[in-house]
Ligand binder design. Structure first.
Ligand SMILES: [Zn+2]
Length: 198
């Protein structure tokens, strides 16, 4: 499950231990900036979890095929056929996921003082707050709309639950207000605004 990582135990960019560095601060290894409002969402589903799901589905299909075969031919081809089918289905499923969509990357998204950081540990990019327009959610997939580009940043594999997407959208909305115009606060807060921190 994708869950907000509260209290930043480790740097989302490089994995360094941040527990000894209370916010606001900067990762000493890679320079990742954070404060008390920084939140990180990361897909918690490792490839093993995907493999297990594919295996269960594949074995169920294999079992169904064996039952149909038995009904038609009167005997079962091989007793282990459903399990073999499950293994092949899992391997194929992971391969397709990897090759076609690159979805085994464990992407993360972080709401930071500088902007929204999106990507994997090895490859990520920062969308500065003055470039962030809003987070839209067409067909349930959250997308970060930018001022500088008509192409949104799609976050299709970061969140597992709709509650996490809602929390992320709320955080982005609050952060846009919080970090607008640098440290200044020229825009008066609306009734729904959070208190200014710091
Ligand atoms: Zn770091």
């Amino acid at each position: 499950m994708a869950m907000p990582v509260s209290g930043l135990e480790e740097c989302p960019e490089c994995g360094s231990d941040l527990r000894g560095l209370p916010p606001p601060g900067r990762c000493q290894e890679c320079g990742f900036q954070y404060d008390e409002s920084t939140r990180v969402w990361r897909s918690r589903q490792p490839w093993q979890r995907h493999a297990l799901v594919y295996f269960v589905i594949g074995t169920a299909i294999g079992l169904l095929l064996a039952i149909i075969y038995r009904l038609v031919r009167g005997h079962v081809p091989y007793p282990v056929f459903p399990l073999l089918f499950g293994l092949v289905y899992a391997a194929g499923g992971l391969l397709i996921r990897r090759v076609l969509t690159g979805r085994l990357s464990e992407r993360f998204v972080a709401v930071t003082p500088k902007g929204i950081l999106v990507g994997t540990r090895r490859r990520n990019s920062l969308i500065a707050w003055d470039d962030v327009d809003r987070v839209s959610q067409p067909k349930g997939v959250p997308k970060i709309q930018r001022h500088s580009s008509g192409v949104p940043v799609v976050l299709e594999d970061v969140f597992e639950r709709s509650e996490d997407i809602a929390a992320f959208r709320a955080e982005v909305k609050a952060a846009k207000k919080r970090y607008a115009n640098g440290a200044g606060n020229s825009v008066p807060d609306g009734p729904s605004a959070r208190g200014q921190s710091g």
